[in-house]
Ligand binder design. Structure first.
Ligand SMILES: [Cu+2]
Length: 690
């Protein structure tokens, strides 16, 4: 039974829209999920897993003799004790190294989240990514979750002609149970070639037995990118794998890797495969942070895990990556994810092909338990000193508002985001009520100071909503998450410091300069639009599009031709007009961008057609939040606002921009974009001279 809520998505916008905030609901109980009641899962039984470092297969020279860190990483299926024992283990997928011949004591270990790739600024990383979703006999494994075949998706059964399409049906189909297409995206990789970016139509099946001959084994773009990788890097792709190379041109920062397959990302990521990828060094690295009192290099909390450290670790770490994800489970320990649209809003059909509503896909999904680094509600012992936490919101749909207010005496500073260090440290305790807002896929590099916290055990809370987020204040504009389940994240067990804290107080950290972006040569007006069902009062999908010169919004589908096409080297402003009722975390591949400002908008929406016109800005723009200063790769676009982003597009190729609510991304809230001219020989390209 669904709790009686009106998903924000269901609010139909009419006439001239003013921003309508959710009315706090009356519930205070875990949200629906699987058969395992979150209140039956004991909390704070399991120490936080601090992911060890991914071992390298080799270090190989590039043609100029410079070193490339080379990895061989597969994705596999295995059981993992996510819930505390004696609750059952959970079957998950995860990445892991399959060769450690360079880092000989490195761990050949699959886990979810996976081991951390440690990269040096401007030193390339090359990864052979292997789709190994096969059983012990070499037969392909089906998906752990229900794959909706009615989306525009990878669609291997469509064969070469029908892959990467929205198939047509004469009856409402059941879930797809064939081999699983996968392709890895390093989220936040700057300057990466398109052949290595994990384009959603560059997926590949495992090299497994019993795959029907008529199935497409690779996505539409795989062969083109394979040829490009061969030409650029001398690497050969083959059945069940692709080899990507990352130049690591980013400022030192926290990036992460996860699957990005067309129409399946929500399911592939929920099943487990994801990991941290940390880029260190260079002119914006830790060594460039100065102590403003002395102008000598500051001391940041460390160490972090190092290659050849053990699992579980036998060392003490003061720099810890923390991935927060929401999950639901059945009582046998298996992951729960909806198998029918009915779970979302009780709509039982008719579905595609009789209406435009997909039978399985849910417009959003909220797990009713919190998993941190692969365990539900773990604990971390901390000393009375400063720590560096690199937080990641790795949820599917859930915005997090981490709340430190139940940790007395703590002081919380944000020093970095997706693009590395901020312009200046931001004291969230003093300026943001001790809270950290994180949209999906956003990262926050934090200094958390436990020096003045009394010895004892304290809970890190979450006061974000158990439903779509639209901005606003917890308890005022929306009901915070259930305090007994998703309102709790993890526990800190504070003990006395074992030694004086050598680290620099964050208020004295002078962070490395951020080069300003050039003035834009182009401003694009882009649109976030919700499409309603044609049979019931619910959404069918969210879409992207544009706003034309007459103030009329037009939606576009994934299949429509590229419409965002910056020239190589150009700086552009992208204005994201959000006509929906929800906030969307918008991610642009290949670049980091600046959030320039946000501004309220007015528009008219036709009640009959949903058409949007008379789009205009109103009032004064407001600057980015203090913690958004710097460079980002994902930013929140609020309802009823235009969010202006600025990026310089330097690397030619075919990329995507999309909403990182992965349920949205999987159903049309993603668009291809291209930097530079159309590539000869690429799928759909006009004939051109080679
Ligand atoms: Cu979205």
């Amino acid at each position: 039974m669904l709790r009686s809520r009106t998903p924000r998505s269901l609010i139909v916008l009419t006439a001239v829209v003013t921003l309508a905030l959710a009315v706090p609901g009356a519930w205070a109980a875990p949200i629906p999920g699987g058969t395992l009641d979150p209140l039956d899962v004991p909390k704070y039984q399991t120490p936080l897993l601090i992911p060890p470092v991914m071992p390298r297969a080799d270090v190989i020279p590039d043609p100029g003799g410079k070193p490339i860190d080379y990895y061989e990483i597969s994705v596999k299926q295995f059981p993992q004790q996510i819930l505390p024992a004696p609750l059952p283990a959970t079957t998950v997928w995860g990445y892991g190294a399959v060769s450690n011949s360079f880092d000989r004591n490195g761990l050949l270990l699959h886990n979810a989240p996976s081991l951390t790739i440690e990269a040096d600024w401007k030193r390339p990383v090359r990864v052979k990514w292997i789709n190994d979703l096969k059983d012990a006999n070499g037969k392909y494994l089906p998906h752990l979750l229900a794959v909706d075949p009615t989306l525009h998706w990878a669609n291997p059964p469509g064969g070469t002609a029908g892959r990467d399409t929205r198939p047509t049906f004469t009856e409402t189909p059941g879930p797809y149970t064939g081999p699983v297409p996968m392709v890895v995206h390093v989220h936040g990789a700057v300057g990466v070639g398109d052949e290595s970016d994990g384009y959603a139509e560059a997926w590949y099946l495992p090299a497994a037995d019993e795959i029907p001959d008529e199935y497409a084994k690779v996505g539409t773009w795989y062969d083109f990118f394979a040829a490009k990788a061969a030409a650029n890097f001398g690497v050969t792709w083959g059945p069940g794998f692709a080899t990507f190379q990352y130049p690591n041109l980013n400022r030192a920062s926290t990036v992460w890797y996860h699957d990005h397959t067309l129409g399946m990302t929500r399911l592939n990521v929920y099943a487990g495969p994801a990991g941290f990828y940390l880029i260190r060094g260079g002119p914006a690295g830790d060594d460039a942070v100065l102590d403003s009192r002395t102008a000598v290099p500051a001391v940041l909390p460390g160490p972090a895990p190092k290659v050849n450290d053990k699992f579980p670790p036998n060392k003490t770490y003061y720099e810890i990556p923390i991935a927060i994800q929401d999950r639901s489970f059945d009582s046998d320990g298996s992951l729960f994810y909806p198998v029918t649209r009915e779970f979302f809003d009780e709509f039982t059909g008719p579905f595609i092909p009789f209406t435009n509503v997909s039978p399985i896909w849910n417009p959003e999904f909220f797990g009713n338990m919190i998993m941190v680094n692969g365990n539900t509600w773990p604990f971390q012992t901390v000393e009375q000193r400063r720590y560096r936490f690199r937080f990641l919101n790795g949820c599917n749909s859930r915005f997090l508002i981490l709340d430190f207010n139940d940790i007395p005496g703590v002081e919380v500073w944000q020093v970095g985001n997706e693009g590395g260090f901020l312009a200046a440290p931001v004291n969230l305790t003093a300026t943001n009520d001790n809270r950290l807002l994180m949209g999906l896929a956003e990262r926050a590099d934090m200094i958390v100071d436990f020096t003045n916290v009394p010895v004892g055990s304290y809970v890190l809370g979450n006061v974000g909503p158990d439903e779509p987020f639209g901005g606003g204040v917890p308890g005022v504009d929306f009901e915070p998450s259930d305090p007994d389940s998703t309102g709790q994240v993890m526990q800190f067990r504070v003990i006395p410091a074992v030694a004086p804290d050598p680290t620099t107080p964050p208020q004295f950290m002078a962070l490395p300069a951020i080069a300003p972006l050039p003035e834009p040569v182009t401003t694009r007006k882009l649109a976030l639009i919700e499409m309603m069902s044609n049979v019931h009062d619910g959404p069918s999908e969210a879409m992207l599009g544009n706003v034309d010169g007459d103030g009329i919004a037009e939606h576009k589908m994934w299949a429509d031709p590229v419409s965002e096409n910056p020239n190589v080297g150009d700086t552009e402003d992208w204005e994201l007009y959000n006509f929906t009722a929800d906030a969307h975390p918008m991610h642009i591949h290949e670049v980091t961008f600046a959030v320039v400002d946000r501004q309220a908008i007015t528009f008219t929406q036709d009640e009959e057609t949903g058409g949007i016109s008379a789009v205009a800005k109103t009032g004064n723009p407001r600057p980015p939040e203090a913690w958004e200063n710097g460079l980002k790769d994902t930013a929140i676009s609020y309802p009823g606002e235009v969010t202006r982003l600025r990026a310089k597009f330097d690397t030619p190729g075919q990329y995507v921009w999309h909403c990182h609510i992965v349920e949205h991304e999987d159903n049309e809230m993603m668009r291809p974009y291209r930097i530079g001219p159309e590539q000869c020989g690429s799928p759909g390209a006009e004939a051109c001279a080679q």
